[in-house]
Design a protein around this ligand. Structure first.
Ligand code: HEM
Length: 315
């Protein structure tokens, strides 16, 4: 029997579905925790005995929506592996991240189960969120690679600028991690007072926002440098987009802190954090050459060509 083939364009669409589904599940998962809807359905896989779908009320609807999105994520990550295998030409640099998505999905299923078993232990809730961010990273890289020829990409900016971009990405990861510590310490961890992280919520929120201020500074510096070296417009635009998201997310963060972490705002903060992470990944990616982009009509001036000269090849 001849196996069906997947075209490169078809495979790229599959990877995009996986990326979107993995983004959606962070938000629906957050909604389950914030509305305490984890037990909104009394059985599995049907929501209620004899009924696959939920009754029309908040907790069952939220829990059921999360189940539907989880099923879509499961199918989508499986499709990335199957698609990588059926894709012609087959590429190892696509198969490996696709397998990573399936492993990550299984790890999340185990973590999710343990979280319930250990009564929403804050450390497990933190791990669940952070593994989601790693999965998004993997899905993003896969989607990007699926859209261009195999092989490493040279940086589109010089090494010092690339380093600044990596500092931005590192600080972004630290902000996300500290955010989960604030949640684990505060009232929205889902856990009882006894099992919350033993920190002072004001101090950890302060640390979280201090790192945000540092991040704002380095992202601003990167935006200025990218303009000075006339980096590709793609990189400059993405840096400004990230800056705008940091400001928006910071505004939501301070507001929710001073209002005592109301749940709708915390939900918005989770959505913002997810978009912020995607914007960070997009920024780092834009610091490398895009082999599918049209060559620019005018070559950069000699001095600028020197400033943007690639120093090494990577990824
Ligand atoms: C780039 C900016 C920011 C990002 C990416 C970010 C990200 C995050 C993340 C990922 C969480 C954990 C969400 C969860 O696990 O449910 C969080 C929680 C939190 N963040 Fe931020 N944050 C930012 C800025 C700020 C700022 C400036 C403040 C001001 C104090 C702040 C206050 C909080 C608070 C109070 C929580 C705990 C919310 C809860 O009760 O669950 N954030 N943040």
């Amino acid at each position: 029997m001849r196996l069906p083939r997947v075209s490169p364009a078809g495979y790229r669409r599959i990877t995009l579905v996986a990326l979107v589904a993995l983004t959606a599940i962070v938000v629906t998962g957050g909604a389950v925790r914030l509305t305490s809807s984890g037990l909104g359905c009394s059985t599995w896989p049907a929501c209620e005995p004899g009924s696959l779908t939920p009754e029309f009320s908040l907790h069952p609807m939220v829990e059921f929506s999360n189940r539907v999105v989880s099923a879509i994520v499961g199918l989508a990550v499986l499709a990335t592996v199957l698609g990588a295998w059926l894709r012609r030409p087959r590429r190892r640099d696509l198969t490996l991240p696709a397998l990573g998505l399936v492993l990550g999905f299984l790890a999340q299923a185990v973590l999710g189960g343990l979280t319930v078993l250990f009564h929403l232990s804050p450390v497990l809730v933190m791990a669940h969120f952070l593994v989601s961010m790693l999965l998004l990273w993997d899905a993003f890289v896969l989607w990007q690679r699926a859209g261009r020829p195999a092989g490493p990409r040279a940086p589109s900016v010089r090494a010092e600028v690339l380093l600044l971009g990596r500092i931005v990405a590192g600080a972004a990861g630290l902000v996300l991690t500290l955010g989960t510590v604030v949640t684990g310490t505060g009232p929205n961890s889902g856990a009882s007072v006894v099992t919350r992280l033993p920190f002072d919520v004001r101090s950890v929120a302060q640390l979280h926002s201090d790192v945000v201020l540092f991040l704002t500074g380095v992202t601003l510096a990167l935006a200025v440098v990218l303009r000075m070296v006339q980096a590709p417009p793609r990189a400059r635009k993405r840096c400004l987009l990230l800056l705008a998201l940091i400001v928006a997310q910071g505004t939501v963060g301070y507001t929710q802190f001073f209002l005592g972490q109301p749940r709708p705002l915390v939900g918005l903060h989770i959505l913002g954090a997810t978009l912020f992470w995607l914007a960070t990944l997009a920024l780092v990616s834009s610091l490398y050459r895009d082999p599918t982009a049209e060559p620019t009509a005018e070559p950069p001036p000699e001095s600028m060509a020197a400033a943007t000269r690639p120093l090494a090849t990577a990824r």
